[in-house]
Design a protein around this ligand. Structure first.
Ligand code: PLP
Length: 378
């Protein structure tokens, strides 16, 4: 059996090699590395792609979240409500602007924040809601927008895993893109994301021109004119080199997502054929939400033994995420305890991400499912 990687970035790069090398070479020859035209063009292209009017490139998805909160005026004394079942940055961004992360539990079917629990967790210090579109499926944005407007709280979307995911409101109208529904949406261009650069990168989108202006200042030390600072900002620019690579890749993103969806459909068929439907909990796609399957995450019994079994066979798997954020040692001071968010805690013991990248072959998918069947038949 050949190894099956969790992700194969080379397979994505090879067909684009010449175009990317040409784009990179242009930047190298120009020796113009900071912001500039490639970044501006990428910002316009991403804004158009997701249906926002403004986009501001920055150094990472983490910084996108930090900048978005800062630009909204979130700071000391404030709380930001987010999911305990997410990547660290969904909560650390609040800490980094001097606020407190606060949590509510998730919906067991989607792994996304449960709006009713969010509503109940809002307190006098809550200043922003930060739903995460986990694994590439949109959170219940109708509910978060309703809560946000009723409670007068901005909604910042952590769309790091969800560029190209879509959301159809129950109220009708055209589907909208993840990140373009709330007051601000944050993307990551980390290499493993739906649109991955050759290093770190991120972007905030918004349709609020004033907010975008503050974001543009905050990413360059808080001043429009060099050496004159209105605020204390950050050094968080997107590199021209990254923008050049990302501009080549952006037109391919929807095609890659289609392939991820086809792989997800095939897994569903293969697990059914293997008689594993009752054993392996497959991802649940909610009607009206275009899942991007940035991760294909199943729930399985004896997770850690299965994980070791697959790793031994050279099958790349991962656990997103093994320790919920409210139980992280750095957040002990927040005062949360084991048992506070049982749905998240339970998920963290059961989840396993399987390979789902666009170039994954049918044979490789068979291999993954056969190995899982072998484990549970033993
Ligand atoms: C990747 C990720 C981030 C952070 O993005 P970076 O570019 O790695 O800083 C934030 N939130 C979620 C949900 C992510 O998956």
């Amino acid at each position: 059996m050949d190894p099956v990687p969790l992700l194969d970035l080379k397979a994505q790069f090879v067909p684009l090699r010449e175009e990317i090398n040409r784009a990179v070479n242009e930047i190298v020859e120009a020796q113009a590395f900071i912001l500039g035209q490639p970044v501006q063009l990428l910002e316009e292209e991403v804004a158009r792609f997701v249906g926002s009017t403004q986009a501001v490139g920055c150094a990472s998805g983490t910084d996108a979240l930090i900048l978005a909160l800062a630009a909204l005026g979130v700071g000391p004394g404030d709380e930001v409500l987010t999911s305990p079942f997410s990547f660290f940055s969904s909560a650390s961004c609040a800490y980094k602007v001097g606020a407190r992360p606060a949590f509510a539990d998730i919906d067991p079917r989607t792994f996304n924040l449960d709006p009713e629990k969010v509503d109940a967790a809002i307190g006098p210090r809550t200043r922003a809601l930060l739903p995460v579109h986990l694994f590439g499926q949109c959170a219940d944005m109708d509910a978060f927008r309703e809560i946000g407007s009723r409670r007068n709280l901005p909604v910042v979307e952590d769309a790091a895993q969800a560029l190209s995911a879509t959301y159809r409101s129950a109220a009708g109208g055209a589907a909208r893109h993840a990140g373009a529904v709330g007051e601000a949406g944050c993307y990551s261009f980390f290499p493993s994301k739906n649109l991955g650069g050759f290093g770190d990168g991120g972007m905030v989108v918004t349709s609020d021109a004033d907010l975008a202006e503050r974001l543009r200042l905050l990413r360059v030390h808080g001043g429009q004119q060099m050496y004159h600072h209105r605020w204390v900002g950050w050094n968080s620019r997107l590199d021209a080199l990254q923008a050049a690579v990302l501009r080549v890749k952006l037109p391919h993103v929807d095609g890659w997502i289609e392939e991820r969806r086809a792989n997800a459909d095939r897994y569903r068929r293969l697990f059914a054929e293997a008689g594993l439907e009752g054993t392996v909990g497959l991802p649940q796609a909610v009607a009206g939400r275009g899942h991007t399957f940035n991760q294909y995450v199943v729930r399985v019994p004896k997770r850690d033994a299965l994980r070791a079994f697959l790793a031994e066979r050279g099958i790349g798997v991962a656990v997103y995420y093994p320790l919920p954020l409210h139980l992280q040692p750095c957040f002990t001071y927040l005062g949360y305890h084991q048992g506070d968010f049982p749905v998240s805690e339970h998920a963290s013991r059961e989840v396993l991400a399987l390979p789902v990248f666009p170039e994954l072959t049918q044979d490789e998918q068979h291999e993954v499912v056969n190995a899982i069947a072998e484990f549970y038949s033993a």
